[in-house]
Design a protein around this ligand. Sequence first.
Ligand SMILES: *Cc1c(COP(=O)(O)O)cnc(C)c1O
Ligand code: SF4
Length: 356
Amino acid sequence: MSTVPAANPVISGLSRAQSGEAAGEPESWQRQLAAAIRDPAVLLKTLDLPADTVSTPLVPVEGGQPAFPLLVPLSFVNRMQPGNRNDPLLKQVLPLAEEQEAVPDFVADPVGDSAAKVAPGLLQKYHGRALLVTTGACAVHCRYCFRREYPYHDEPRRMSDWQPALNAIADDNSVTEVILSGGDPLILNDGRLAELFGHIDAIPHVERIRIHTRLPIVLPARVTPELLKLLNGLRSQPVFVVHANHGHEIADDCRDALRQLVSSGIPTLNQAVLLKGINDSADVLEDLCRRLINIGVMPYYLHQLDKVIGAAHFEVPVAVGLGLIDELGRRLPGYAVPKFVQEIAGETGKTPLITL
Ligand SMILES: *Cc1c(COP(=O)(O)O)cnc(C)c1O
Ligand code: SF4
């Protein structure tokens, strides 16, 4: 995929002045992203774990870059427990040899993205909602990501490349919500975001702009006053869907960022993926949901894992997920229980998984 960070103009080559940072201010999110850990050996050393804790033979692709390299910001690493090789946050980001095992039914495009493409960078599967694959870049590489094999290099890069997608949205007045996804749309700097928002906001039938992002979780410094101003200046209603899988992700800096979104009036929801050895327990999910609702972030979806190549070792049986959701229903207020869903290619929405 095309997420080689050094090639991203947002991340590389930013001087202090360009990033609008004055001496003495906290490190800008761009600088934090540039300083993210990319080497498994460095990550293990940082966590006081022996280098042979895991084998990490990343498959090189043409050009010598690993196919889906490790990437994790220090703000996220700081929430991991040193010395714990089973840390639930570490497990989400550390490449393992198991990823390279071919497993039947685990494929490159498990959710039918390629069949849903209506213009470059534009996926439309569900009524009323269109999804822009805004960028291939993320602030973190989650090993279970269903788009880890997505052909981002075919997608728009410059603003002018977006015109066909914007035209398709403008021509279809059934589209009332535009979802910016990726990759992670908040990897774009404020200038590019403002430009993209401006084009979408100018389409009269668009009522909401939804941002699917993991940055407020893994790189909370991204939630700046400037970003909030930009979002609150939109004609359309902004909606945030963030992505945290474990309560340990909701550390103080993350909590502050989420509180700022919520207190500025932006509805903020969380989606999680059910992951073996990470959050496949009622205690862990209860803790996550309580931490979220206690700052006004509503649990939205708990996703059954999409069967993407390299993620088989994270799979939890659906029956186990159903049992966990039932248990959450006994422990939590109704609004705190996420919907357990699976994305099935060709369906008209996410498919609810429920105990009959
Ligand atoms: C998941 C998804 C959506 C959003 O679905 P909701 O149920 O509204 O959250 C929209 N478009 C695509 C292509 C999706 O994969
Ligand atoms: S942040 Fe989202 S899109 Fe990026 S690697 Fe993680 S799950 Fe995938």
